[in-house]
Design a protein around this ligand. Structure first.
Ligand code: GTP
Length: 597
């Protein structure tokens, strides 16, 4: 089709508002995929994603749609729905001319949706509002349309009423995409510039790069150059994505496609990078490229020391497909050899941990996540410290700075009180409160990132009965009075249990943590003291009383199968324990500091 008949769009929606369901219906209605070849949801094709029902990785699909006898080519670029991946969202928006704003008409606009709408507006995208789930008895499309008009100032008088589930409103959406979203500009004569909005590693073909040609033309066999990574390759294969990848010879400005060029790691073809020709380089790369900066770090240690090489192999393999994952070896006397790993956020961390255990059969002990502190030392150096146990001694440091985030919570007005309490509890600095509609308010706080790592989101949800939503962004570093809280078990310092806390909270955290550890660590054959210290000073202590650990004494008689079952249970319990000195410490203990309330 000519460039005037191409439309590139994405879908902005809050988690669970129906993005995947709608995408599937668009694919079905345009005959891109037949119903029988559809898996649960076509666009989210990672198992983990499907299980959690959240979109993590973006991809694209090309659809053919005929309107008034004209054939159009519609490229849907999928966006992930979680803040950890907001950089990827921004790049996929940059690859489009328009967006569908899908809002659950029985709920309303959520914080993350708003953030993405503003991002879309900044990118000059045409936004088409869609009120989804109108089949639900509680749906109020008009109220929600008004809400969007009031908050974003977007005209919603023609918002499309839709039920993705029942297939209502789908043709209207397709027509609106053609009529309202502008076609790409014609710049095929210019030097090639293509924006990478996704990439993944394929063990047979190397990295598959998804891109939008912004200027110029790319042909099969071209020698291409990645402007940020500085690497060059031959484009062995280029193509488009309909129901499957389909090879083509050439792609022009405005088109969306993929390429394979025997690229060995996604780090060499990162999201946000610009592809140009090696022989005719563009003067300037496309705007918006950013390095991935890990925000949270944790230690990963194999339960069984023999698995250390396997853990390294697995991390290397995952990294091929995940440019944001960082790791380096870490060892401690308590834990043996493992890795210190950096992640974009908590969800990213959980995903990696889960994949390591599931796909690589590793049994791991994970230590509590830490943010990156900036330590200003007496000798004038500034150190970045993401491992509490490596924090320089008090005598060696002048002050410590910690990362702060600006967080916006959207909530029905009845939960303002509980959420303000939450903000206060977490060392938050109240910035502003606005009523965005009669019944809903937006609360803005500045808050240490460290206070958000952990159960902040769970607390937000439980204190608002599930109705509040939030969004955050990093705003920089601030000096805080921080101290390191160490934990000793049976007289032995357990480095991975060390945390950095605000000095005013150290005593209460010390007390709560020792108490929690006492609950979590199984009793041993001997008495075990558990102490929290700051430097040499013990600030809280508990002790586990001794027990004779004989599980079999419970089964009298000779019921052998019951005996076996008990032994098996005990063995399973052992799997996720780490022997620290003579004491077995379970996985939960390493995360205890996150769940003290
Ligand atoms: P993420 O992938 O987590 O971002 O969620 P999503 O926005 O893709 O939502 P998804 O399509 O997975 O839908 C969430 C839930 O809403 C699912 O249980 C859907 O079946 C349901 N749902 C989607 N559209 C409709 C609709 O039009 N009506 C009703 N009643 N339910 C819908």
């Amino acid at each position: 089709v000519p460039i005037s008949n191409i439309r590139n769009f994405c879908i902005i929606a809050h988690i669970d508002h129906g993005k995947s369901t709608l995408a599937d219906k668009l694919l079905q209605m345009t005959g891109t995929v037949q119903k029988r070849e559809m898996k649960e949801q076509f666009l989210d094709n990672m198992d983990l994603e499907r299980e959690r029902g959240i979109t993590i990785k973006l991809q694209a699909a090309r659809m053919r749609f005929v309107l008034e006898k004209e054939p159009y080519c519609l490229n849907l670029i999928d966006t992930p729905g979680h803040v950890d991946f907001s950089y990827e969202v921004s790049r996929s928006l940059a690859a489009c001319e328009g967006a569908l704003l899908v809002v659950d008409a029985s709920q309303g606009v959520e914080a993350q949706t708003l953030a993405n709408v503003y991002l879309a507006l900044e990118n000059n995208l045409e936004i088409i509002p869609v009120m989804n789930k109108i089949d639900l008895p509680g749906a109020e499309p008009d109220r929600v349309s008004k809400e969007i008009e009031e908050i974003v100032g977007l005209d919603c008088s023609n918002a499309i009423h839709c039920s993705a589930k029942e297939g209502v409103g789908i043709t209207e959406i397709l027509s609106a995409i053609v009529k309202k979203i502008p076609p790409p500009q014609y710049t095929a004569e210019m030097p090639l510039r293509a924006l990478i909005f996704d990439s993944y590693y394929d063990p047979y073909r190397g990295v598959i790069v998804y891109f939008r040609v912004v200027d110029g033309t790319i042909k099969k066999g071209d020698r291409i150059y990645f402007m940020a990574s500085g690497k060059d390759y031959f484009a062995d294969e280029i193509g488009v994505m309909s129901s499957n990848q389909m090879q083509v010879d050439e792609l022009y400005a405005g088109e969306v496609g993929y390429l394979a060029a025997s690229i060995r790691s996604v780090a060499d073809a990162r999201v946000g990078d610009t592809i140009t020709h090696f022989g005719r380089k563009a003067n300037e790369s496309l705007p918006g490229y950013e390095e991935a900066t890990p925000m949270v770090f944790c230690g990963l240690f194999p339960v069984d020391a023999d698995q250390f090489p396997d853990l390294r192999d697995a991390l290397e393999k995952l990294q091929l497909n995940d440019a944001a994952l960082k790791f380096e070896p870490e060892s401690s006397s308590a834990m043996g050899f493992g890795f210190r790993c950096g992640f974009l956020g908590l969800l990213h961390m959980e995903i990696v941990q889960e994949r390591l255990e599931r796909e690589y059969n590793l049994s791991l002990i994970t230590t509590a996540p830490s943010v990156v502190y900036r330590v200003n030392c007496v000798n004038g150096d500034t150190l970045e410290c993401s491992n509490p146990s490596l924090l320089p001694e008090p005598g060696k440091r002048r002050f410590i700075e910690e990362p702060y985030v600006k967080i916006e919570m959207l909530t029905p007005k009845e939960y303002i009180g509980p959420l303000m309490e939450l903000g206060q509890d977490r060392r938050g600095e109240f910035k502003e409160m606005n009523y965005i509609t009669e019944n809903r308010a937006s609360l803005i706080y500045l808050l240490p990132l460290a206070e958000m790592v952990g159960d902040f989101f769970d607390q937000l949800k439980s204190r608002s009965k599930g109705y509040a939503s939030m969004e955050y962004s990093l705003v920089g570093y601030r000096e805080s009075e921080l101290v390191r809280l160490d934990i000793q078990i049976n007289g032995e310092l357990v480095e991975p249990l060390a945390t950095i806390v605000h000095k005013d909270k150290a005593y209460s955290i010390g007390r709560a943590l020792t108490k929690k550890l006492k609950e979590l660590i199984p009793r041993q054959m001997f008495k075990v003291p558990i102490q929290a210290c700051i430097g040499a000073k013990v600030i809280a202590s508990e002790s586990l009383s001794a027990i004779r650990k004989d599980v079999l004494s419970k089964c009298y008689g000779g019921d052998i199968s019951r005996k076996k079952k008990l032994l098996k249970k005990q063995a399973e319990g052992k799997k996720r324990m780490k022997a620290i000195g003579k004491v077995d410490v379970p996985q939960e203990a390493f995360m205890a500091v996150l769940r003290l309330e």
